[in-house]
Design a protein around this ligand. Structure first.
Ligand code: COA
Length: 339
């Protein structure tokens, strides 16, 4: 039986062609672990998506594998934001279900935290996930034993598609949003909206519930927005965006985005925001209704949209309930703050 003393820890990079098999085996550990927790409806990144995340200049990303002989038994990725939140390190850790309770998770976490400290990071963030009707004994026990505290609990829900078109259209046409319109784009946004989108992303980092997470306001400009769209395209993901526009000023005051990669029948809801001063006009509901209609028209193979919302985000959860989203899993953010 493999123990932590038998395993060898080695770096893994998806950008080194000589490590391709190793990288794929490393990615497969994340997938097997997530599948163990969530079944077929797991939320793992694809191999090529992980490679693209590593290539991104948005966040520096490093990986290690715990090798039991030739087999990758555990995997960890550490991500360092580069534009803001320069004290934060995000740690993604998974041990293959066949190799648990032998100290591999502890070894890999030790490596990740040491590198994060050397990088000058002092706020470590990690996630655990479990199905709605189950419990996550392993992740919770492990995280708390390692000195992590629960910082935010997040509900995962899904909307089955195609949804009722007439109902979505009625929601869009309902009175109450005088002075605002919605605009929808597929496959990227026009250059003249990049600044407005940058401001929305900045506000996204401050105008949403953050629980106990020690995250700072993010720094955004048009170039950074352009970079994120380039990365979405490089991941072979299709993207549909809807914006809320204040008619009097032409300003973008809200947005929502869905991305579709592999599998091609699953849409991932990304950020949704209505700026604080523009709330109360049912813009959240309209944004998501308009985006769902566009997605149904343009990517008819998508059978569900998956979303995550902080459990205390009452307004977003109410919007999702009204649209027909049904909860199916939980995610918890864990945080360890170094002195
Ligand atoms: C959490 C995870 C990484 C632990 O990996 P591991 O190799 O089994 O961890 P270790 O063997 O180093 O466990 C260290 C301690 O954590 C606690 N622990 C781990 N799994 C546990 C379980 N299923 N039940 C109770 N305690 C558990 C125990 O105290 C254990 O020490 P012990 O075995 O001496 O009792 C693994 O279960 C996993 O990949 N889970 C899914 C992804 C995830 O939750 N990642 C963690 C993010 S913080």
């Amino acid at each position: 039986m493999t123990t932590a003393d038998d395993v060898r820890i080695r770096t893994v990079s998806g950008l080194d062609p000589a490590q391709d098999d190793l990288f794929r085996a490393w990615a497969a550990v994340f997938e097997a672990s997530n599948q163990h927790a969530l079944g077929d409806e797991h939320s793992s990144w694809g191999v090529e998506e992980l490679r693209e995340l590593e290539r991104s200049t948005e966040r520096r990303r490093l990986g290690w594998a715990a090798m039991a002989g030739d087999v990758v038994a555990g995997a960890v990725a550490v991500t360092f934001p580069q534009h803001d939140n320069l004290t934060v390190a995000e740690i993604g850790l998974a041990v293959h279900p066949d190799h648990r309770r032998r100290g591999l998770g502890s070894r890999l976490l030790e490596v990740a935290e040491e590198v994060a400290r050397d990088e000058g990071r002092s706020v470590f963030v990690a996630e655990t996930e479990w199905l709605a009707d189950s419990r996550d004994v392993g992740g919770e026990e492990f995280a708390s034993r390692q000195g992590y505290a629960a910082a935010q609990t997040v509900l995962r829900s899904a909307l089955a598609l195609p949804a009722d078109r007439d109902r979505l259209e009625a929601l869009l046409a309902a009175p109450g949003a005088d002075g605002y319109t919605t605009r929808t784009f597929s496959g990227g946004i026009p250059e003249d909206l990049l600044d407005g989108r940058a401001e929305l992303s900045r506000r996204m980092s401050t105008d949403i519930p953050l629980g106990e997470l020690q995250l700072e306001e993010e720094v955004w400009d048009a170039a950074r927005v352009r970079g994120t769209y380039d990365r979405i395209a490089a991941m072979n993901r299709r993207v549909v965006d809807t914006f809320a526009v204040e008619e009097a000023t032409g300003r973008l005051v809200g947005f929502t985005q869905v991305q579709v990669g592999e599998p091609a029948d699953l849409g991932y809801q990304q950020d949704t925001l209505v700026m604080r001063e523009h709330r109360g006009h049912a813009l959240g509901l309209r944004l998501k209704a308009a985006n769902a209609l566009a997605l149904m028209a343009e990517l008819p193979d998508v059978t569900r949209i998956r979303t995550w919302n902080a459990e205390d985000n009452r307004h977003m959860l109410a919007v999702n309930r009204e649209l027909g989203y049904a909860p199916d899993a939980w995610l918890r953010e864990w945080q360890k703050v170094m002195p």
